[in-house]
Design a protein. Structure first.
Length: 265
């Protein structure tokens, strides 16, 4: 009795267990991907293919599955897949009324997986029980999807970056034009002396025009500060010392504009 128990335990220890499976359906083939809890060291005769009038089955010796499974395939050449235990083996039974080829292939590197490929049989195909190995380029379709999504995201980021850069260039090119329009002066005779960004929408800018230098805030808010004399040159220092004051002026101007709109309602 003890010998029988030990024999059963040893069989269970050396058997592989199916821990997961995925089914990928395409027009010309079906791939059933099995994952094992340990490498499946299949030898000749461990993987057998059986066929009947309405099925083709794959018998995996020394492979266990925890429960019976059934999947509707609904393909022209394969209607249903049944997976069930049979003694110390597992059977994958494909229900079909057509002639099909079933090709098992172990993963070459680690043996933790098995691909069972089902294809419509053509006249030059011969079914055999030889153990094959899956090609190295057999990549999971989920990986293809992930690569596709990442590629799309990269293209979107490149497009957004170019649009922002383009917008920034246009904004810089139009600064002098906005000043000229606001002051009603000749743009070609105006020279930009200083230009500093106050926030994402507004700039502090100094324009030299006909021996006068005009300090302004240009952007969403256009404010003419004053026309300083020609001798004032340290606008960098002026900007840093008055930056907070200039930003407060933008906020106050926006508030006054809002009040004016409300009063007209």
């Amino acid at each position: 009795m003890k010998k029988i128990i030990l024999l059963l335990i040893s069989l269970n220890l050396f058997a592989n267990n199916i821990i997961n499976y995925n089914i990928y359906k395409r027009d010309d083939r079906i791939d059933v991907m099995l994952s094992f809890d340990s490498p499946y060291n299949a030898k000749d005769g461990d993987i057998r293919i059986l066929s009947g009038s309405d099925y083709v089955g794959v018998v995996l010796n020394n492979v266990k599955i925890s429960e019976r499974n059934s999947q509707i395939l609904n393909m022209p050449y394969a209607e249903q897949l049944l997976m069930y235990p049979l003694g110390e083996s597992t059977v994958l039974e494909f229900k079909t009324k057509e002639k099909i080829n079933v090709i098992p292939a172990l993963t070459k590197d680690d043996g933790f997986g098995l691909r069972v490929r089902v294809m419509p049989k053509t006249t030059n195909q011969v079914q055999n029980n030889e153990i094959k190995y899956a090609e190295d380029n057999n990549i999971d379709s989920k990986l293809y999807s992930m690569i596709g999504v990442l590629a799309i995201l990269v293209l979107i980021l490149i497009f957004v970056k170019r649009q922002l850069a383009k917008k920034g260039k246009i904004s810089n090119l139009n600064s002098k034009q906005k000043v000229a329009s606001f002051l009603n002066i000749n743009e070609n005779q105006a020279v930009v002396i200083c230009e500093k960004q106050l926030d994402k929408d507004n700039k502090f800018i100094v324009i030299d025009y006909e021996n006068s230098r005009y300090k302004l805030i240009i952007g969403n808010t256009n404010i003419w500060l004053d026309a300083p004399n020609q001798t004032e040159e340290n606008f960098e220092s002026y900007f840093e010392e008055n930056k907070q004051k200039l930003q407060n002026m933008i906020k106050q101007n926006a508030l006054n504009s809002y009040k004016e709109k409300i009063s007209k309602i």
